[in-house]
Design a protein around this ligand. Structure first.
Ligand code: 13P
Ligand code: ZN
Length: 217
């Protein structure tokens, strides 16, 4: 058993926040990341089974009982690596919400985008049993593109594929595109998860992008 802060997954996640900030994709607290722990990984971490509980609706059935490493709302992505205790934590998903089982010191909470994370994880796990990760950031170039391009899945995907040859290899399923929506609520979470039924990447117009996959690297 080890303190969650020293676990490989938590270190990798914290490093990724810095990398994304360094790319210019996460101004201050912009962006969030979550990772579903394997059962073996859960056993390696000190878990507080009686931590703080928060109620939520629309929890996907296949997510109940899962343990997730997730960034805190408001955490400065440049500084996460230096203060993991406050800016990253582990939650256990319950039928009616989640319990904080490690981290989130100073009364911090998971990202305000938790609906998007839990609902998208639930959808991607059905499509791909290897699925583990959701990453959201405010990649500047894609946000710029949403101001000048038609917000349609097919035409947006085709433009991206035609811009860099590797794109079709990296995301052969294409991307889903949502119009601007209020962020951080169940509605954008449900709309994102719906898009993720058929693709791993969703663009949020005038806001950013989120991607899913099987590992943090
Ligand atoms: P959080 O700081 O709550 O994670 O929100 C950042 C963000 O990017 C909202 O879309
Ligand atoms: Zn955002």
């Amino acid at each position: 058993m080890a303190d969650y802060k020293d676990h490989k997954v938590v270190r990798e996640l914290a490093d990724l926040t810095y990398t994304m900030w360094n790319m210019g994709w996460d101004e201050k607290n912009g962006g969030n990341i979550s990772y579903i722990l394997f059962d073996d990984e859960v056993k390696e971490i000190d878990i507080d089974e009686n931590g703080r509980f928060y109620e939520m609706v629309s929890i996907p059935e296949n997510m109940v009982g899962k343990y997730i490493v997730i960034t805190a709302s408001g955490s400065n992505f440049r500084l996460v690596r230096d203060d993991v205790e406050s800016t990253v934590g582990v939650i256990r998903v319950e039928e009616n919400g989640y319990t904080i089982v490690a981290g989130f010191a100073n009364d911090n909470k998971p990202t305000s985008e938790i609906y998007m994370h839990l609902l998208s994880h639930g959808t991607r796990l059905k499509a791909d049993p290897e699925h583990r990760v959701i990453v959201h950031n405010h990649a500047t170039e894609i946000s710029e593109m949403t101001f000048v391009h038609e917000l349609d899945d097919t035409s947006f995907t085709r433009t991206l594929w035609s811009m860099i040859t590797e794109c079709i290899v990296v995301f052969p399923d294409g991307v889903g595109v949502l119009p601007w929506m209020v962020c951080g609520n169940e509605e954008i979470g449900l709309a994102t998860a719906k898009k993720m039924e058929t693709c791993r990447i969703v663009v949020w117009a005038h806001h950013g992008i989120l991607a899913s996959g099987s590992s943090l690297n």
